[in-house]
Design a protein around this ligand. Structure first.
Ligand code: NDP
Length: 322
């Protein structure tokens, strides 16, 4: 089969389109024919070596497709079923071997592209606003990279929970997308000082939670945007990792909370997976969650797809099609 392989860490160009053996499945695994593989920012960290993975590797942590074959001890899935999954390595390929407990059925009416868009970024947005900091009606929430894959989903989920959203992004086009998703206010953080703007918008009160996936370039100011007992949720490093921090500063700034959550912990059990993906598919069917599916690349063009994502050229979901 064809797959995107990484043999050494580096820029997008280290990804190579190769012919490799199809994966073999164990008793409790399902062989999925990948129809749509989701690209996520974490793939760039794994490719660059910011997050170290054993090499050589096939990239990609999420896909939707059809069941090609099931292991001897698999129950509940059969050849031909439409399925989706996340948190299993090797999605940038024609086939992936997936443990059955990581797989969910794709409901009728949810396309393969939507399935691939819903799982990793959808479950991330879900855990951020349902579990890490459960948003209540009236909460003021700062969402960075608001027009990105996670950002557009998080805005909608926070609005559905009754929160007030202040989004940030780099361009007016992205700001319009964030507003369409429901953001109450949008700040162009490359042009305006977002801390000053947040204080102005909130009459000096600050926000109850800052969802920060940008990291290095926004971290300190995000903390300064928080109200008393506010939550700093640092969940990504799009501008680079935060490497130095003195926890003593959280006290005088309002007895703040700081967390660095990961999807792996919030999707660790079958119950978590069924709850979060079930909510997401239900909200899609009810029209409460809209996916932005705009960027499609053939599997062989993974290099261009990563360049676009890291070059801040994309909004919403980026999909690879084998
Ligand atoms: P996005 O579609 O949000 O793309 C990243 C965005 O970050 C860009 O579009 C850009 O938006 C913004 N950005 C700000 N500074 C930079 C920079 N210096 N270089 C590049 N981009 C920058 O990606 P995803 O939705 O896939 O992921 C969003 C973030 O969430 C990532 O940081 C990812 O690691 C994190 N994440 C964390 C998870 C977790 O469990 N901890 C799980 C899933 C994702 P703009 O141009 O508007 O600034």
């Amino acid at each position: 089969m064809q797959a995107i392989r990484v043999n050494e860490f580096g820029g997008p160009e280290v990804m190579s389109f190769e012919t490799v053996d199809s994966p073999t499945i164990g008793d409790k695994d399902v062989l999925v024919k990948v129809e749509a593989a989701g690209i996520n920012y974490i793939d760039t960290y794994q490719r660059s070596g910011l997050y170290q993975i054993p090499l050589p590797a096939t990239l990609g942590l999420e896909a939707a497709g059809t069941v090609a074959e099931v292991g001897g001890a698999v129950s509940g899935f059969a050849a031909g079923d439409r399925v989706a999954y996340t948190n299993v390595a090797g999605a940038y390929a024609e086939f992936a071997a997936v443990p059955q407990d990581k797989l969910v059925a794709l409901p009728d009416g949810v396309s393969f592209d939507a399935g691939a868009a819903a799982m990793l970024q959808g479950c991330t947005a879900h855990y951020l606003c349902q579990s890490t900091y459960p948003v209540k009606a009236g909460d003021r929430c700062l969402i960075h990279a608001a027009a990105g894959g996670v950002g557009l989903l998080l805005i909608q989920m926070v609005k559905n929970a009754g929160g007030f959203v202040i989004g940030t992004c780099s361009t007016e086009e992205k700001a319009e997308l964030a507003r369409q998703a429901g953001a109450d206010e949008v700040i162009l953080y490359g042009q305006q000082d977002f801390e000053t703007e947040v204080k102005r918008i909130t009459d000096g009160a600050g926000v109850n939670v800052a969802y920060d996936s940008v990291g290095k370039s926004t971290f300190e100011k995000s903390i300064d945007c928080l109200s008393r007992f506010g939550y700093m949720v640092l969940y990504g490093n799009a501008s680079g990792p935060v490497t130095e921090f003195n926890p003593a500063t959280l006290g005088p700034k309002g007895s703040l909370f700081l967390t660095r959550p990961t999807l792996f912990d919030y999707l660790a059990t079958r119950e978590d997976l069924e709850w979060r993906s079930g909510d997401i598919f239900k909200w899609i069917a009810e029209g409460k969650l809209k996916l932005r599916l705009e960027h499609f690349y053939p599997l062989s063009d993974a290099v261009a797809a990563h360049q676009a994502l890291e070059g801040r050229q994309t909004t919403g979901k980026v999909i690879l099609r084998p």
